[in-house]
Design a protein around this ligand. Sequence first.
Ligand code: NAD
Length: 495
Amino acid sequence: MSKPFPARSYEFTEQGDALNWIGGEFRAAIGGETLAVENPRHGRVMGRVAMSGPADVDAAVKAGLAAQKAWKTVPVRERAEVFYRLKTLLQRDVEELAWLVSHENGKTHAEGRASVEKTIECVEFGCSLGNLGAGEQLDVSRGVNCRVDHEPLGVVGGIAPFNFPLMVAMWMLPQAIVGGNAFVMKPSELVPFSSGRLALLLREAGLPDGLFNVVNGGADAVNAIADHPSIKAVGFVGSTRVGKMVYGRGAATGKTMLCLGGAKNHLMIVPDADRALTAPNVVASFTGCAGQRCMAASVLLAVGDVDGILSDIVAQASKIRMGEDMGAIISAPAEARIRGYIDDAERRGAKVVLDGRKAKGPDGGYWVGPTILDHCTLDMPCVTEEIFGPVISIVRVKTLDEAIAIENANPYGNAACIYTTSGAVANYVTSRVEAGMVGVNVGVPVPREPFGFGGWNGSKFGAGNITGYDGWRFWTRPRKVTTKWQVQTDTTWMG
Ligand code: NAD
């Protein structure tokens, strides 16, 4: 786990075991359990991951409590210095990390690299907290001053999904650690390796031991984090089913919870859309990271006659090369799930205009190629459920209002997008859709820092967003100090 990852190509490479990182040392899970971790491109075992339980979480919390006593007294600007150094280290090791993320997750190298670059952007926001993290103060009446300080919570936890191994950790860490907390990270057991590298980079950047701890595992580790009385806040990113459950479980113990869930993102294309801009953008949205992104396009609402654009989408998606332009599916069960949705849609009468079921990668592993399902109806599971693969379901509608009504009826609310050359149409849609992140001619409308990331409705449980300044508010608590130093003879009781 601790050694640098040597691969600089897709050639299969082992990485040893992913141990826990607690109080500045690598440790096996106390119960000794492990699970094999596959490289999805090859379908071969890269190493084994520690499967932790409550005793491991408790050890990490104890290490966090011990380290946080001193850390909370360190000025914010000094805490932020760690992230300046981390940024430089991530830039130094960007290729190693890009290949590691690619191997553990199955992404292409380019996607792995892009995810490390986004990781660096999140670290950069953490650096800015040395300036942005100031409290607020105001003379609220004569002689009376109110001040708000952002105080640490103590030990906090983060739980991540498989699809962005390094990046999702960095959606939470900078704000939490610069905020003066100790962090217990639970990566996805499918992609545990980059968290171990991150632990060593944070140490190299000067973070005292015990402030960043990694507890590997699955549901047992998650439940132990949600239940632990000394963990004060938890950020979760993953599916809606698990997110909702973790939200309830953590909130029941009095924690502050923010759980980001799954998605079913709708794109709308109207006849005035720019053909050259729209087709490649839609293709990138539903095939990028093999569709395993919470921001991926999933339902395409074709408003009126947009057949020219649809045929461009099919033509461009059919040119995608497996293993070069598009990566692997995370696991055999995930591949079977995605194929199941395509089979089912075909049985129910959808037209498979591009069929990814026969696609194979160059090295074995788990693959589904870009798939386009046309003439889908609103009762089909491919239209209503999250597929989390490179599949787009086209629903034909006559009017924009019909498209908006379909988008708004879906229980999720992560992203929505309109393709148009009309500002009026764009404004009409952006002000009416039920989604927390909306794109105009942008199929993956991820807000860049400092704007926070987060959806609405069934895509998020809890208040606020996970990145940006919202993250600072989430991982700290406001202390209001009201001060008066002199008798004010010219004031009422309010003064
Ligand atoms: P997942 O919900 O299966 O797993 C997420 C985390 O929960 C993992 O760490 C896993 O170990 C843990 N977990 C799994 N089952 C559990 C259980 N029964 N009890 C307790 N913990 C459990 O999600 P995933 O398959 O890793 O990731 C894909 C999902 O994440 C998709 O639904 C995707 O839309 C979503 N996602 C959302 C966002 C967002 O920002 N909204 C970002 C990335 C991914």
